[in-house]
Design a protein around this ligand. Structure first.
Ligand SMILES: *Cc1c(COP(=O)(O)O)cnc(C)c1O
Length: 620
Protein backbone atom coordinates (compact mmCIF):
# COMPACT_ATOMS: atom_id res chain seq x y z
CA UNK A 1 0.00 0.00 0.00
CA UNK A 2 1.16 3.51 -0.74
CA UNK A 3 2.16 5.54 2.25
CA UNK A 4 -0.51 8.12 3.07
CA UNK A 5 0.59 9.30 6.54
CA UNK A 6 -2.71 8.00 7.89
CA UNK A 7 -4.73 10.47 5.83
CA UNK A 8 -7.41 7.83 5.30
CA UNK A 9 -7.81 7.54 9.09
CA UNK A 10 -7.71 11.15 10.32
CA UNK A 11 -8.28 13.11 7.11
CA UNK A 12 -12.11 13.00 6.75
CA UNK A 13 -11.72 13.67 3.02
CA UNK A 14 -10.53 17.20 3.77
CA UNK A 15 -7.17 16.70 2.07
CA UNK A 16 -5.74 14.26 -0.43
CA UNK A 17 -2.39 13.39 -1.89
CA UNK A 18 -1.92 14.13 -5.58
CA UNK A 19 1.51 13.10 -6.85
CA UNK A 20 4.03 14.99 -4.74
CA UNK A 21 1.55 17.24 -3.03
CA UNK A 22 -1.15 17.35 -0.41
CA UNK A 23 -4.11 19.34 -1.71
CA UNK A 24 -7.16 20.86 -0.08
CA UNK A 25 -10.29 19.07 -1.33
CA UNK A 26 -12.23 22.24 -2.06
CA UNK A 27 -12.57 24.69 -4.92
CA UNK A 28 -9.61 24.57 -7.25
CA UNK A 29 -7.91 22.11 -4.89
CA UNK A 30 -4.78 24.15 -4.11
CA UNK A 31 -1.72 22.44 -2.71
CA UNK A 32 -0.70 23.32 0.83
CA UNK A 33 2.75 23.98 -0.57
CA UNK A 34 1.52 26.66 -2.99
CA UNK A 35 -0.54 28.38 -0.30
CA UNK A 36 2.46 28.32 2.02
CA UNK A 37 4.82 29.64 -0.63
CA UNK A 38 2.47 32.46 -1.54
CA UNK A 39 2.26 33.61 2.08
CA UNK A 40 6.01 33.39 2.50
CA UNK A 41 6.56 35.40 -0.65
CA UNK A 42 4.67 38.22 1.03
CA UNK A 43 7.50 38.25 3.55
CA UNK A 44 6.08 36.14 6.38
CA UNK A 45 8.60 33.64 7.70
CA UNK A 46 8.52 31.13 10.51
CA UNK A 47 5.55 28.87 11.21
CA UNK A 48 2.19 29.71 9.63
CA UNK A 49 -1.22 28.67 10.92
CA UNK A 50 -3.66 28.20 8.04
CA UNK A 51 -7.37 28.42 8.84
CA UNK A 52 -9.94 26.91 6.49
CA UNK A 53 -13.43 28.29 7.20
CA UNK A 54 -14.99 25.79 4.79
CA UNK A 55 -13.96 23.07 7.23
CA UNK A 56 -15.72 24.84 10.11
CA UNK A 57 -18.78 25.00 7.92
CA UNK A 58 -18.50 21.34 7.03
CA UNK A 59 -18.51 20.31 10.70
CA UNK A 60 -21.43 22.58 11.63
CA UNK A 61 -23.40 21.23 8.68
CA UNK A 62 -22.57 17.68 9.62
CA UNK A 63 -23.70 18.15 13.21
CA UNK A 64 -26.99 19.78 12.24
CA UNK A 65 -27.75 17.51 9.32
CA UNK A 66 -27.17 14.32 11.31
CA UNK A 67 -29.42 15.44 14.16
CA UNK A 68 -32.06 16.63 11.70
CA UNK A 69 -31.90 13.29 9.92
CA UNK A 70 -32.16 11.35 13.19
CA UNK A 71 -35.08 13.53 14.39
CA UNK A 72 -36.93 12.86 11.14
CA UNK A 73 -36.24 9.15 11.26
CA UNK A 74 -37.55 8.84 14.80
CA UNK A 75 -40.27 11.38 14.27
CA UNK A 76 -38.90 13.31 17.21
CA UNK A 77 -40.82 16.38 18.30
CA UNK A 78 -38.11 18.31 20.16
CA UNK A 79 -35.85 20.76 18.33
CA UNK A 80 -32.11 20.50 17.82
CA UNK A 81 -29.86 23.37 18.88
CA UNK A 82 -26.15 23.83 19.21
CA UNK A 83 -23.69 26.30 20.67
CA UNK A 84 -19.93 26.55 20.22
CA UNK A 85 -18.00 26.46 23.52
CA UNK A 86 -15.69 29.44 23.37
CA UNK A 87 -13.01 27.88 25.53
CA UNK A 88 -12.12 25.62 22.59
CA UNK A 89 -11.02 28.56 20.42
CA UNK A 90 -11.62 32.23 21.16
CA UNK A 91 -9.40 33.68 18.44
CA UNK A 92 -11.16 36.36 16.37
CA UNK A 93 -10.06 34.95 13.01
CA UNK A 94 -11.81 31.74 13.98
CA UNK A 95 -14.88 33.11 15.78
CA UNK A 96 -15.66 35.73 13.12
CA UNK A 97 -15.71 33.03 10.45
CA UNK A 98 -17.74 30.68 12.62
CA UNK A 99 -20.36 33.34 13.35
CA UNK A 100 -20.57 34.23 9.66
CA UNK A 101 -21.12 30.64 8.67
CA UNK A 102 -23.52 29.77 11.47
CA UNK A 103 -26.09 32.44 10.66
CA UNK A 104 -28.33 30.02 8.79
CA UNK A 105 -28.25 27.43 11.60
CA UNK A 106 -29.14 29.62 14.53
CA UNK A 107 -25.88 28.35 16.00
CA UNK A 108 -24.90 30.08 19.24
CA UNK A 109 -21.97 30.43 21.62
CA UNK A 110 -21.19 29.02 25.05
CA UNK A 111 -19.27 31.06 27.61
CA UNK A 112 -17.44 29.88 30.71
CA UNK A 113 -15.98 33.14 31.97
CA UNK A 114 -16.75 36.85 31.94
CA UNK A 115 -14.46 37.61 29.04
CA UNK A 116 -15.96 34.78 27.01
CA UNK A 117 -19.42 36.03 27.89
CA UNK A 118 -18.55 39.43 26.43
CA UNK A 119 -17.47 37.71 23.19
CA UNK A 120 -20.75 35.77 23.16
CA UNK A 121 -22.81 38.93 23.78
CA UNK A 122 -21.02 40.79 21.02
CA UNK A 123 -20.86 38.03 18.43
CA UNK A 124 -23.95 35.84 18.80
CA UNK A 125 -26.73 36.65 16.36
CA UNK A 126 -29.81 37.82 18.27
CA UNK A 127 -32.09 34.82 18.76
CA UNK A 128 -29.33 32.24 18.57
CA UNK A 129 -28.74 30.57 21.93
CA UNK A 130 -26.06 31.60 24.43
CA UNK A 131 -25.32 29.21 27.26
CA UNK A 132 -23.23 30.18 30.28
CA UNK A 133 -21.44 27.53 32.32
CA UNK A 134 -18.71 27.43 34.92
CA UNK A 135 -18.35 29.25 38.21
CA UNK A 136 -20.00 32.63 38.34
CA UNK A 137 -19.92 35.61 40.63
CA UNK A 138 -22.52 38.31 40.97
CA UNK A 139 -21.00 40.45 38.21
CA UNK A 140 -21.06 37.58 35.76
CA UNK A 141 -24.69 36.86 36.55
CA UNK A 142 -25.50 40.55 36.17
CA UNK A 143 -23.86 40.44 32.74
CA UNK A 144 -26.23 37.58 31.85
CA UNK A 145 -29.17 39.78 32.84
CA UNK A 146 -27.82 42.57 30.67
CA UNK A 147 -27.55 40.10 27.78
CA UNK A 148 -31.15 38.91 28.31
CA UNK A 149 -32.42 42.48 28.45
CA UNK A 150 -30.53 43.30 25.25
CA UNK A 151 -32.57 40.63 23.52
CA UNK A 152 -30.30 37.59 23.73
CA UNK A 153 -31.66 34.10 24.12
CA UNK A 154 -29.43 33.27 27.08
CA UNK A 155 -29.45 30.39 29.55
CA UNK A 156 -27.36 30.48 32.73
CA UNK A 157 -26.46 27.04 33.96
CA UNK A 158 -26.00 26.89 37.68
CA UNK A 159 -23.26 24.71 39.13
CA UNK A 160 -24.28 25.13 42.79
CA UNK A 161 -27.03 26.45 45.05
CA UNK A 162 -25.11 29.58 45.97
CA UNK A 163 -25.18 30.60 42.30
CA UNK A 164 -28.93 30.25 42.31
CA UNK A 165 -29.15 32.46 45.39
CA UNK A 166 -27.10 35.06 43.55
CA UNK A 167 -29.38 34.82 40.53
CA UNK A 168 -32.42 35.46 42.71
CA UNK A 169 -30.65 38.41 44.30
CA UNK A 170 -29.62 39.89 40.94
CA UNK A 171 -33.13 39.33 39.62
CA UNK A 172 -34.56 41.39 42.48
CA UNK A 173 -32.10 44.19 41.67
CA UNK A 174 -32.68 44.12 37.93
CA UNK A 175 -36.39 43.56 37.85
CA UNK A 176 -38.00 45.15 40.93
CA UNK A 177 -38.60 48.47 39.19
CA UNK A 178 -39.72 47.15 35.87
CA UNK A 179 -42.82 45.57 34.42
CA UNK A 180 -41.12 43.42 31.85
CA UNK A 181 -39.32 41.06 34.22
CA UNK A 182 -36.82 39.93 31.62
CA UNK A 183 -34.29 37.49 32.98
CA UNK A 184 -31.99 34.85 31.57
CA UNK A 185 -33.32 31.32 31.46
CA UNK A 186 -31.90 28.99 34.07
CA UNK A 187 -30.25 25.66 33.45
CA UNK A 188 -29.12 23.19 36.07
CA UNK A 189 -25.97 21.18 35.61
CA UNK A 190 -26.34 17.77 37.12
CA UNK A 191 -23.60 15.92 38.90
CA UNK A 192 -23.61 12.65 37.04
CA UNK A 193 -23.43 9.27 38.56
CA UNK A 194 -21.88 8.06 35.31
CA UNK A 195 -18.69 9.54 33.96
CA UNK A 196 -16.72 9.53 30.74
CA UNK A 197 -13.51 7.72 30.08
CA UNK A 198 -10.23 8.94 28.68
CA UNK A 199 -7.91 11.75 29.57
CA UNK A 200 -10.64 14.33 30.18
CA UNK A 201 -13.16 12.21 32.10
CA UNK A 202 -12.87 14.34 35.24
CA UNK A 203 -15.52 16.74 33.91
CA UNK A 204 -18.25 14.20 34.57
CA UNK A 205 -18.97 11.84 37.43
CA UNK A 206 -19.59 12.05 41.16
CA UNK A 207 -16.18 13.46 41.94
CA UNK A 208 -16.60 16.11 39.26
CA UNK A 209 -15.84 19.74 40.01
CA UNK A 210 -19.23 20.64 38.56
CA UNK A 211 -22.93 20.19 39.03
CA UNK A 212 -25.77 19.69 41.51
CA UNK A 213 -26.46 16.45 43.38
CA UNK A 214 -30.03 15.18 43.26
CA UNK A 215 -30.68 16.64 46.72
CA UNK A 216 -29.46 20.02 45.51
CA UNK A 217 -31.58 19.76 42.37
CA UNK A 218 -34.69 19.32 44.47
CA UNK A 219 -33.66 22.21 46.71
CA UNK A 220 -33.04 24.43 43.71
CA UNK A 221 -36.44 23.51 42.38
CA UNK A 222 -38.06 24.52 45.66
CA UNK A 223 -36.12 27.80 45.80
CA UNK A 224 -37.27 28.77 42.32
CA UNK A 225 -40.85 27.80 43.03
CA UNK A 226 -40.88 29.82 46.24
CA UNK A 227 -39.57 32.86 44.39
CA UNK A 228 -42.22 32.41 41.68
CA UNK A 229 -39.53 31.89 39.06
CA UNK A 230 -39.92 28.20 38.26
CA UNK A 231 -40.81 29.10 34.67
CA UNK A 232 -37.26 30.35 34.17
CA UNK A 233 -35.95 26.86 34.78
CA UNK A 234 -35.65 25.54 31.24
CA UNK A 235 -32.64 23.28 30.82
CA UNK A 236 -30.91 20.24 32.27
CA UNK A 237 -27.21 20.21 31.50
CA UNK A 238 -24.41 17.70 31.67
CA UNK A 239 -20.99 17.30 30.09
CA UNK A 240 -19.16 14.03 30.46
CA UNK A 241 -15.74 15.24 29.34
CA UNK A 242 -13.88 15.88 26.16
CA UNK A 243 -12.70 13.43 23.46
CA UNK A 244 -15.23 10.78 24.44
CA UNK A 245 -13.70 7.70 22.88
CA UNK A 246 -16.58 5.32 23.44
CA UNK A 247 -20.28 5.80 23.15
CA UNK A 248 -21.37 3.72 26.14
CA UNK A 249 -20.70 6.31 28.88
CA UNK A 250 -22.74 8.82 26.90
CA UNK A 251 -25.67 6.45 26.71
CA UNK A 252 -25.52 5.94 30.46
CA UNK A 253 -25.37 9.69 31.02
CA UNK A 254 -28.30 10.25 28.65
CA UNK A 255 -30.43 7.79 30.60
CA UNK A 256 -29.51 9.47 33.84
CA UNK A 257 -30.14 12.99 32.58
CA UNK A 258 -33.28 11.96 30.71
CA UNK A 259 -34.86 10.53 33.82
CA UNK A 260 -33.94 13.60 35.85
CA UNK A 261 -35.54 15.75 33.15
CA UNK A 262 -38.71 13.66 33.13
CA UNK A 263 -39.07 13.57 36.92
CA UNK A 264 -38.60 17.33 37.27
CA UNK A 265 -41.07 17.83 34.45
CA UNK A 266 -43.62 15.66 36.21
CA UNK A 267 -42.97 17.55 39.41
CA UNK A 268 -44.27 20.66 37.65
CA UNK A 269 -41.28 22.29 35.96
CA UNK A 270 -43.42 23.84 33.27
CA UNK A 271 -40.63 25.86 31.65
CA UNK A 272 -38.28 22.88 31.48
CA UNK A 273 -37.91 22.07 27.82
CA UNK A 274 -34.34 21.16 27.05
CA UNK A 275 -31.52 18.78 27.71
CA UNK A 276 -28.05 20.09 27.04
CA UNK A 277 -25.73 17.16 26.45
CA UNK A 278 -22.53 19.20 26.58
CA UNK A 279 -19.62 18.39 24.30
CA UNK A 280 -17.29 15.46 24.09
CA UNK A 281 -17.70 14.37 20.47
CA UNK A 282 -14.31 12.93 19.67
CA UNK A 283 -11.92 13.69 16.84
CA UNK A 284 -9.85 10.97 15.19
CA UNK A 285 -6.25 12.06 15.69
CA UNK A 286 -4.66 8.72 14.95
CA UNK A 287 -2.19 8.40 12.10
CA UNK A 288 -2.07 4.70 12.65
CA UNK A 289 -4.89 2.24 12.27
CA UNK A 290 -3.89 0.23 15.30
CA UNK A 291 -4.90 2.94 17.69
CA UNK A 292 -8.02 4.53 16.22
CA UNK A 293 -9.35 6.55 19.06
CA UNK A 294 -13.08 6.71 18.40
CA UNK A 295 -15.49 3.80 18.32
CA UNK A 296 -18.62 5.55 17.02
CA UNK A 297 -19.76 7.80 14.18
CA UNK A 298 -21.69 11.06 14.32
CA UNK A 299 -24.62 9.11 12.92
CA UNK A 300 -24.62 6.62 15.76
CA UNK A 301 -24.14 9.46 18.22
CA UNK A 302 -27.16 11.43 17.01
CA UNK A 303 -29.31 8.29 16.75
CA UNK A 304 -28.52 7.33 20.33
CA UNK A 305 -29.33 10.78 21.70
CA UNK A 306 -32.66 11.05 19.89
CA UNK A 307 -33.68 7.45 20.52
CA UNK A 308 -32.95 7.51 24.25
CA UNK A 309 -34.63 10.87 24.85
CA UNK A 310 -37.68 9.66 23.01
CA UNK A 311 -37.80 6.38 24.90
CA UNK A 312 -37.52 8.00 28.32
CA UNK A 313 -40.08 10.70 27.48
CA UNK A 314 -42.51 8.08 26.24
CA UNK A 315 -42.08 5.89 29.32
CA UNK A 316 -42.60 8.77 31.69
CA UNK A 317 -45.28 10.47 29.64
CA UNK A 318 -43.57 13.82 29.22
CA UNK A 319 -42.90 16.04 26.22
CA UNK A 320 -39.75 15.15 24.26
CA UNK A 321 -37.01 17.62 25.22
CA UNK A 322 -35.27 20.01 22.86
CA UNK A 323 -31.68 18.89 22.46
CA UNK A 324 -28.71 21.24 22.89
CA UNK A 325 -25.12 20.28 22.19
CA UNK A 326 -21.92 22.09 23.05
CA UNK A 327 -19.46 20.16 20.92
CA UNK A 328 -16.30 22.16 20.44
CA UNK A 329 -13.43 19.89 19.51
CA UNK A 330 -15.55 18.26 16.79
CA UNK A 331 -16.34 21.65 15.24
CA UNK A 332 -12.96 23.36 15.50
CA UNK A 333 -10.16 20.78 15.38
CA UNK A 334 -9.98 20.21 11.63
CA UNK A 335 -10.12 23.85 10.54
CA UNK A 336 -6.50 24.73 11.13
CA UNK A 337 -3.20 23.35 9.89
CA UNK A 338 0.13 24.50 11.20
CA UNK A 339 2.86 24.63 8.57
CA UNK A 340 6.41 24.79 9.88
CA UNK A 341 9.69 24.86 7.98
CA UNK A 342 12.37 22.28 8.71
CA UNK A 343 15.55 24.18 9.54
CA UNK A 344 17.98 21.34 9.76
CA UNK A 345 18.47 17.58 9.65
CA UNK A 346 20.99 16.81 12.32
CA UNK A 347 22.86 14.10 10.45
CA UNK A 348 23.51 16.52 7.62
CA UNK A 349 26.13 18.08 9.80
CA UNK A 350 28.23 15.02 9.00
CA UNK A 351 30.15 15.28 5.75
CA UNK A 352 32.99 13.18 4.52
CA UNK A 353 34.96 16.34 3.86
CA UNK A 354 34.89 17.16 7.59
CA UNK A 355 36.85 14.02 8.50
CA UNK A 356 40.18 14.70 10.20
CA UNK A 357 41.76 11.31 9.77
CA UNK A 358 45.31 10.96 11.07
CA UNK A 359 48.16 9.01 9.59
CA UNK A 360 47.55 6.51 12.34
CA UNK A 361 44.01 6.14 13.70
CA UNK A 362 42.68 3.94 16.48
CA UNK A 363 41.92 0.48 15.00
CA UNK A 364 38.14 0.79 15.46
CA UNK A 365 38.14 4.00 13.46
CA UNK A 366 40.18 2.41 10.69
CA UNK A 367 37.59 -0.33 10.68
CA UNK A 368 34.71 2.18 10.53
CA UNK A 369 36.39 3.83 7.57
CA UNK A 370 36.65 0.47 5.79
CA UNK A 371 33.00 -0.27 6.52
CA UNK A 372 32.03 3.08 5.09
CA UNK A 373 34.04 2.58 1.93
CA UNK A 374 33.03 -0.99 1.24
CA UNK A 375 29.40 -1.18 2.38
CA UNK A 376 27.12 -2.62 -0.30
CA UNK A 377 23.71 -4.18 -0.63
CA UNK A 378 24.77 -7.54 0.73
CA UNK A 379 26.80 -6.25 3.62
CA UNK A 380 24.52 -3.34 4.59
CA UNK A 381 22.76 -5.08 7.45
CA UNK A 382 25.89 -6.46 9.05
CA UNK A 383 27.90 -3.26 8.64
CA UNK A 384 25.09 -1.21 10.13
CA UNK A 385 25.16 -3.38 13.25
CA UNK A 386 28.96 -3.15 13.42
CA UNK A 387 28.87 0.62 13.07
CA UNK A 388 26.38 1.03 15.91
CA UNK A 389 28.47 -1.29 18.12
CA UNK A 390 31.67 0.55 17.31
CA UNK A 391 30.03 3.86 18.15
CA UNK A 392 29.28 2.64 21.65
CA UNK A 393 32.80 1.30 22.11
CA UNK A 394 34.49 4.41 20.76
CA UNK A 395 32.43 6.76 22.92
CA UNK A 396 33.41 4.69 25.95
CA UNK A 397 37.05 4.88 24.91
CA UNK A 398 36.72 8.66 24.71
CA UNK A 399 35.20 8.86 28.19
CA UNK A 400 38.10 6.81 29.52
CA UNK A 401 40.60 9.11 27.86
CA UNK A 402 41.96 6.61 25.33
CA UNK A 403 40.98 8.52 22.19
CA UNK A 404 40.90 12.28 21.58
CA UNK A 405 38.36 14.81 20.34
CA UNK A 406 39.43 14.44 16.69
CA UNK A 407 38.94 10.67 16.95
CA UNK A 408 35.53 11.23 18.45
CA UNK A 409 34.55 13.61 15.68
CA UNK A 410 35.71 11.08 13.07
CA UNK A 411 33.66 8.39 14.82
CA UNK A 412 30.48 10.44 14.73
CA UNK A 413 30.93 11.38 11.10
CA UNK A 414 31.72 7.86 9.93
CA UNK A 415 28.88 6.20 11.86
CA UNK A 416 26.37 8.69 10.50
CA UNK A 417 27.65 8.25 6.96
CA UNK A 418 27.41 4.47 7.26
CA UNK A 419 23.86 4.68 8.65
CA UNK A 420 22.86 6.91 5.75
CA UNK A 421 24.32 4.57 3.16
CA UNK A 422 22.78 1.53 4.85
CA UNK A 423 19.33 3.14 4.97
CA UNK A 424 19.42 3.76 1.25
CA UNK A 425 20.65 0.25 0.50
CA UNK A 426 18.21 -1.50 2.86
CA UNK A 427 15.21 0.62 1.96
CA UNK A 428 15.45 -0.65 -1.61
CA UNK A 429 15.62 -4.20 -0.36
CA UNK A 430 12.45 -3.72 1.71
CA UNK A 431 14.02 -5.49 4.70
CA UNK A 432 12.51 -5.19 8.16
CA UNK A 433 15.95 -4.53 9.59
CA UNK A 434 15.38 -0.79 9.38
CA UNK A 435 12.13 -1.12 11.29
CA UNK A 436 13.95 -2.90 14.09
CA UNK A 437 16.74 -0.36 14.28
CA UNK A 438 14.60 2.73 13.85
CA UNK A 439 14.95 4.06 17.37
CA UNK A 440 18.75 3.85 17.05
CA UNK A 441 19.13 5.40 13.62
CA UNK A 442 16.43 8.05 13.69
CA UNK A 443 17.02 11.40 12.08
CA UNK A 444 16.36 14.53 14.11
CA UNK A 445 14.47 17.26 12.27
CA UNK A 446 14.83 20.74 13.75
CA UNK A 447 11.56 22.50 13.00
CA UNK A 448 10.85 26.23 13.21
CA UNK A 449 8.01 26.21 15.73
CA UNK A 450 7.36 25.77 19.44
CA UNK A 451 5.62 22.66 20.72
CA UNK A 452 4.70 24.58 23.88
CA UNK A 453 3.01 27.28 21.83
CA UNK A 454 1.43 25.28 19.04
CA UNK A 455 0.86 21.75 20.40
CA UNK A 456 0.50 22.26 24.15
CA UNK A 457 -1.60 19.12 24.52
CA UNK A 458 1.29 17.08 23.18
CA UNK A 459 3.44 18.48 25.95
CA UNK A 460 0.79 18.25 28.67
CA UNK A 461 -1.24 15.17 27.75
CA UNK A 462 0.87 13.31 25.16
CA UNK A 463 -1.93 14.00 22.67
CA UNK A 464 -0.76 13.01 19.19
CA UNK A 465 -1.47 15.14 16.14
CA UNK A 466 -1.15 13.97 12.55
CA UNK A 467 2.15 15.15 11.08
CA UNK A 468 3.32 14.90 7.49
CA UNK A 469 5.48 16.70 4.95
CA UNK A 470 3.71 18.79 2.31
CA UNK A 471 6.01 17.93 -0.59
CA UNK A 472 7.86 14.91 -2.03
CA UNK A 473 4.84 12.77 -1.26
CA UNK A 474 5.39 10.41 -4.14
CA UNK A 475 8.88 9.61 -2.87
CA UNK A 476 9.14 6.91 -0.25
CA UNK A 477 10.42 8.58 2.95
CA UNK A 478 13.47 6.84 4.32
CA UNK A 479 14.18 8.48 7.66
CA UNK A 480 12.70 7.41 10.97
CA UNK A 481 12.08 10.91 12.31
CA UNK A 482 11.98 12.70 15.60
CA UNK A 483 11.03 16.35 15.69
CA UNK A 484 12.77 19.03 17.69
CA UNK A 485 11.30 22.48 18.14
CA UNK A 486 13.36 25.65 18.57
CA UNK A 487 12.74 26.18 22.27
CA UNK A 488 15.65 25.65 24.62
CA UNK A 489 13.73 22.95 26.45
CA UNK A 490 14.39 19.26 26.04
CA UNK A 491 10.63 18.65 26.35
CA UNK A 492 10.26 20.41 23.01
CA UNK A 493 10.64 17.14 21.17
CA UNK A 494 8.28 14.73 19.49
CA UNK A 495 10.32 11.59 19.82
CA UNK A 496 10.27 8.70 17.43
CA UNK A 497 7.49 6.31 18.37
CA UNK A 498 7.91 2.87 16.91
CA UNK A 499 4.23 2.05 17.49
CA UNK A 500 3.24 4.96 15.27
CA UNK A 501 6.35 5.67 13.23
CA UNK A 502 6.80 8.98 11.47
CA UNK A 503 8.95 8.67 8.37
CA UNK A 504 10.26 11.73 6.58
CA UNK A 505 12.40 12.46 3.57
CA UNK A 506 16.12 12.99 3.45
CA UNK A 507 16.21 16.54 2.11
CA UNK A 508 19.12 18.92 1.91
CA UNK A 509 17.34 21.91 3.43
CA UNK A 510 20.15 24.25 2.46
CA UNK A 511 19.18 23.66 -1.15
CA UNK A 512 15.45 23.15 -0.88
CA UNK A 513 12.73 24.11 1.57
CA UNK A 514 10.92 21.29 3.35
CA UNK A 515 7.79 21.94 5.39
CA UNK A 516 5.93 19.82 7.88
CA UNK A 517 2.20 20.15 8.43
CA UNK A 518 0.56 19.53 11.81
CA UNK A 519 -3.13 18.81 11.45
CA UNK A 520 -6.21 19.01 13.69
CA UNK A 521 -4.73 21.81 15.78
CA UNK A 522 -7.87 23.97 15.76
CA UNK A 523 -9.31 22.91 19.11
CA UNK A 524 -7.82 24.01 22.45
CA UNK A 525 -4.22 24.33 21.20
CA UNK A 526 -4.24 28.03 20.41
CA UNK A 527 -5.27 29.58 23.67
CA UNK A 528 -3.59 26.88 25.77
CA UNK A 529 -0.36 27.61 23.88
CA UNK A 530 2.40 28.86 26.14
CA UNK A 531 4.90 31.59 25.36
CA UNK A 532 7.79 29.45 26.59
CA UNK A 533 11.05 31.18 25.57
CA UNK A 534 8.77 33.98 24.31
CA UNK A 535 7.72 32.23 21.13
CA UNK A 536 4.23 33.57 20.55
CA UNK A 537 1.18 32.61 18.53
CA UNK A 538 2.41 31.98 14.99
CA UNK A 539 1.54 34.08 11.95
CA UNK A 540 -1.94 33.08 10.82
CA UNK A 541 -3.92 33.38 7.60
CA UNK A 542 -7.52 32.60 6.65
CA UNK A 543 -7.84 30.67 3.39
CA UNK A 544 -11.16 31.25 1.65
CA UNK A 545 -12.50 30.21 -1.73
CA UNK A 546 -14.32 32.52 -4.15
CA UNK A 547 -17.24 31.60 -6.48
CA UNK A 548 -14.81 30.30 -9.07
CA UNK A 549 -13.15 28.05 -6.55
CA UNK A 550 -9.97 30.12 -6.50
CA UNK A 551 -8.42 30.41 -3.08
CA UNK A 552 -7.95 33.76 -1.38
CA UNK A 553 -5.45 34.44 1.38
CA UNK A 554 -7.28 36.62 3.84
CA UNK A 555 -6.78 38.25 7.25
CA UNK A 556 -3.07 37.60 7.62
CA UNK A 557 -2.04 38.31 11.18
CA UNK A 558 1.68 38.23 11.81
CA UNK A 559 3.17 36.77 14.97
CA UNK A 560 3.92 39.52 17.51
CA UNK A 561 7.12 41.47 17.08
CA UNK A 562 9.81 41.48 19.76
CA UNK A 563 8.76 44.72 21.43
CA UNK A 564 5.08 43.74 21.53
CA UNK A 565 6.02 40.49 23.21
CA UNK A 566 7.86 42.40 25.94
CA UNK A 567 5.01 44.87 26.19
CA UNK A 568 2.67 41.94 26.89
CA UNK A 569 4.85 40.97 29.83
CA UNK A 570 4.40 44.54 31.10
CA UNK A 571 7.95 45.61 30.46
CA UNK A 572 8.30 49.35 30.06
CA UNK A 573 9.18 49.15 26.38
CA UNK A 574 9.74 52.90 26.18
CA UNK A 575 12.49 52.51 28.74
CA UNK A 576 13.94 49.47 26.95
CA UNK A 577 13.95 51.39 23.69
CA UNK A 578 15.69 54.32 25.31
CA UNK A 579 18.25 52.12 27.01
CA UNK A 580 19.18 50.23 23.85
CA UNK A 581 19.49 53.52 21.99
CA UNK A 582 21.60 55.22 24.62
CA UNK A 583 23.89 52.18 24.90
CA UNK A 584 24.73 52.66 21.25
CA UNK A 585 24.85 56.46 21.39
CA UNK A 586 27.21 56.49 24.36
CA UNK A 587 29.48 53.75 23.18
CA UNK A 588 32.96 55.12 22.60
CA UNK A 589 34.00 52.04 20.66
CA UNK A 590 32.38 53.19 17.41
CA UNK A 591 32.01 56.39 15.35
CA UNK A 592 28.76 58.21 14.51
CA UNK A 593 28.30 56.60 11.15
CA UNK A 594 28.57 53.15 12.65
CA UNK A 595 26.18 54.17 15.40
CA UNK A 596 23.57 55.15 12.88
CA UNK A 597 23.96 51.94 10.91
CA UNK A 598 23.76 49.86 14.08
CA UNK A 599 20.64 51.63 15.22
CA UNK A 600 18.98 51.03 11.86
CA UNK A 601 19.69 47.32 12.12
CA UNK A 602 18.46 47.18 15.71
CA UNK A 603 15.13 48.73 14.76
CA UNK A 604 14.73 46.38 11.83
CA UNK A 605 15.16 43.39 14.13
CA UNK A 606 12.87 44.78 16.81
CA UNK A 607 10.08 44.93 14.27
CA UNK A 608 10.32 41.21 13.51
CA UNK A 609 8.79 38.22 15.25
CA UNK A 610 10.78 35.84 17.39
CA UNK A 611 10.73 32.77 15.15
CA UNK A 612 13.85 31.92 13.18
CA UNK A 613 14.45 32.88 9.60
CA UNK A 614 15.16 29.94 7.36
CA UNK A 615 18.55 29.61 5.79
CA UNK A 616 17.11 30.82 2.49
CA UNK A 617 15.71 33.91 4.16
CA UNK A 618 19.10 34.79 5.60
CA UNK A 619 20.84 34.54 2.27
CA UNK A 620 18.37 36.80 0.45
C1 LIG B 1 -15.30 22.05 27.37
C2 LIG B 1 -16.74 21.97 27.36
C3 LIG B 1 -17.42 21.63 26.19
C4 LIG B 1 -16.71 21.26 24.91
O1 LIG B 1 -16.24 19.96 24.92
P1 LIG B 1 -15.65 19.34 23.58
O2 LIG B 1 -15.04 18.06 24.03
O3 LIG B 1 -14.66 20.28 23.04
O4 LIG B 1 -16.78 19.09 22.65
C5 LIG B 1 -18.79 21.64 26.22
N1 LIG B 1 -19.47 21.93 27.35
C6 LIG B 1 -18.85 22.23 28.50
C7 LIG B 1 -19.63 22.55 29.70
C8 LIG B 1 -17.46 22.26 28.56
O5 LIG B 1 -16.85 22.56 29.69
Amino acid sequence: MKRDWGLSIWGSDNFKIVDDDIVVINGCEPTLLNITKEIREKGYKGPILLRFPHLIKKQIELLFSEFTRASKEFNYSGSFNAVFPLKVNQFPNFINELVDISNEYNYGLEAGSKAELIIAMAKTNIGAPITVNGFKDKEMIALCFIAAKSGHNITVTIEGLNELETILEVNREFNSNYQDNIAPKIGMRIRMHSSGIGAWAKSGGYSSKFGLTSTELLEAYDMLEKEGLIDLFSMIHFHIGSQMEEISPLKKALREAGNIYADLKRRGASGLRAINIGGGLAVEYSQNKKSDSRNYSIKEFSNDVIFLMQEISKNKGVQEPDIYTESGRFIAASHSVLIAPVLELFSQEYHEKSLRLKSKNPPLIEELYDLYKSINRNSAREYLHDAIDHLDSLLTLFDLGYIDLEDRSNTEILVNLIIKKAIVLLAKEGSDELERLQSKIQEKYLVNFSIFQSLPDFWGLAQKFPIMPISHLSDEPTQAASIWDITCDSDGEIGFDSSSPLKLHDIDVEKEEYFLAFFLTGAYQEVLGMKHNLFTHPTEAVIKFDENGEYIIDSILEAQNLMDILDDLDYDIGAIDKKLKSNIAESNLIDDKQKEALLGKLYLYLSENSYLKTIQAIST
